[in-house]
Design a protein around this ligand. Structure first.
Ligand SMILES: Cc1cc2nc3c(=O)[nH]c(=O)nc-3n(C[C@H](O)[C@H](O)[C@H](O)COP(=O)(O)OP(=O)(O)OC[C@H]3O[C@@H](n4cnc5c(N)ncnc54)[C@H](O)[C@@H]3O)c2cc1C
Length: 404
């Protein structure tokens, strides 16, 4: 029996909607399902770094985001206590970041998928992945009314987040696993203005950040090492507010502000999953999840959506075998994200940086190009492998010595 759809995508947020949209734009029959309805929120802060903004521009969606009134962010600051490193996060072509509410961003993405011709079913919960002869051939789920439905496709893509049902069913190989490292939480404030900046404060065993979002609100996100998760989870509010006291001028600003939302958050494990196999693929957090401290999830989901859609098109169009095309998808995904993954996991420990790193931060401070480079590394615009290479570090240290 021929499948009703070329592709079924499970999960319709940052990874799923763009993957479905890009495949539909290439002419494929795509069914996109999510148990959520949209617009809806999810447990995530939402800094969208400049390279992800560039993806929105490539897809023709950036103007729509800007039109929602989300303020652009042109500067990131990293306050280490004795000094602050401040710079521009983006490239000449894509200079700014945004921090759009997921309720806005995810709706914009799913609407773009619908416009591209994707058939979308919201409030559709996938309970089972259907196999035939060891190959995934479809999904079985329930509509909101509780009706059991089976849908078949040549390929089922799991974009269903880190607790992916698709991944659970296909049991892919895991690699580079690391435990939970950080307990992150966030909330929203009015009257805490932060004009065009994403400000991060780093102190031993604590870190927090603030960024402007929709409706004139500011999001603050912060946390402590995972080892304190159990002890602090019953009173997140007082531990979170106490963290601000480590930066008295920020605590003062918060005292003049009004909190407009409860605290939300969740610790996240760190892992890679093999992202393809017979009849299935994984994109976004379903295939690769890391701690949110560097806010790379949306950036990575967008890049994976493009890489995966390209590979699927090559395979379906007969240009390459499915395995060859998807192997390249995995290789390119991993090559790109691995240095940032290691850097992210290091930061997420919230341990004070080792002495040589502190020396480097001191040398970066006050030097425009080095500060921009540092900020761009944290934004994922340039790779930590490049910025922390011996040549780059040597040049930064020499420049600092010459200036002194
Ligand atoms: C506290 C925190 C803060 C974060 N901050 C940032 C940040 O500032 N910037 C950033 O870029 N990233 C951030 N992230 C990471 C970011 O949230 C994720 O990387 C991103 O949401 C991944 O998108 P996704 O589409 O892969 O998965 P998700 O956003 O998890 O979406 C998965 C979708 O699949 C659906 N689904 C799941 N199972 C089923 C099923 N069985 N049937 C039907 N539908 C299903 C869900 O309803 C959901 O809509 C943060 C994460 C956390 C936890």
């Amino acid at each position: 029996m021929s499948a009703a759809h070329d592709v079924i995508v499970v999960g319709a947020r940052c990874a799923g909607s763009p993957t479905a949209m890009l495949l539909a734009r290439k002419g494929y029959r795509v069914l996109l399902v999510d148990r959520a309805t949209f617009p809806s929120d999810t447990v995530s802060t939402h800094v969208v770094h400049p390279l992800a903004v560039a993806a929105l521009e490539r897809w023709g969606l950036l103007q729509r985001l800007a039109a929602t009134g989300c303020p652009p962010i042109h500067t990131y600051t990293f306050d280490f206590g004795p000094f602050t490193i401040q710079g521009s996060p983006g490239t000449t072509a894509s200079p700014v970041a945004y921090c759009p509410r997921r309720i806005v961003l995810d709706k914009l993405l799913i609407d773009a998928a619908v416009e591209a011709g994707v058939e979308v079913r919201e409030a559709f919960s996938v309970d089972e992945i259907v196999f035939e002869d060891g190959r995934v051939v479809g999904i079985r789920g329930r509509s909101k009314a509780g009706e059991a439905i089976t849908e078949r496709a040549n390929l089922v893509i799991g974009a269903d987040g880190r607790h992916s049902k698709v991944a659970e069913a296909v049991s892919p190989a895991h690699y580079n696993d690391k435990p939970m490292l950080l307990a992150p939480y966030y909330t929203y404030w009015s009257d805490l203005p932060i004009d065009g900046r994403f400000d991060t404060y780093i102190r031993p065993h604590r870190g927090f950040a603030a960024a402007p979002t929709h409706d004139g609100l500011t999001i603050t996100v912060g946390g402590w090492p995972y080892s304190e998760f159990e002890a602090n989870k019953k009173d997140v509010e007082s531990h979170f507010l106490k963290m601000f006291d480590l930066v008295p001028e920020f605590a003062e600003r918060v005292r003049a502000a009004k909190r407009v939302a409860p605290f939300a958050g969740a610790p996240v494990a760190n892992f890679f999953r093999q992202p393809y196999g017979p009849g299935w693929a994984l994109v976004g957090d379903a295939g690769y999840t890391k701690d949110p401290i560097t806010a790379q999830g949306i950036n990575d989901a967008f890049r994976a959506a493009e890489l995966c859609a390209t590979a699927v098109d090559q395979a379906f169009g007969g240009a390459r075998s499915f395995d060859d095309a998807m192997r390249e998808y995995q290789q390119r995904r991993d090559e790109h994200v691995l240095p940032m993954y290691e850097f992210t996991c290091l930061l997420a420990t919230l341990e004070p940086p080792p002495p040589e790193m502190q020396q480097l931060f001191g040398a970066i401070h006050g030097h425009r190009a080095a500060m921009d480079g540092f900020v761009q590394m944290n934004a994922g615009t340039i790779s930590p492998a490049q910025f922390l290479s011996p040549e780059s570090v040597g040049a930064i240290m020499r420049a600092a010595q010459t200036a002194n």
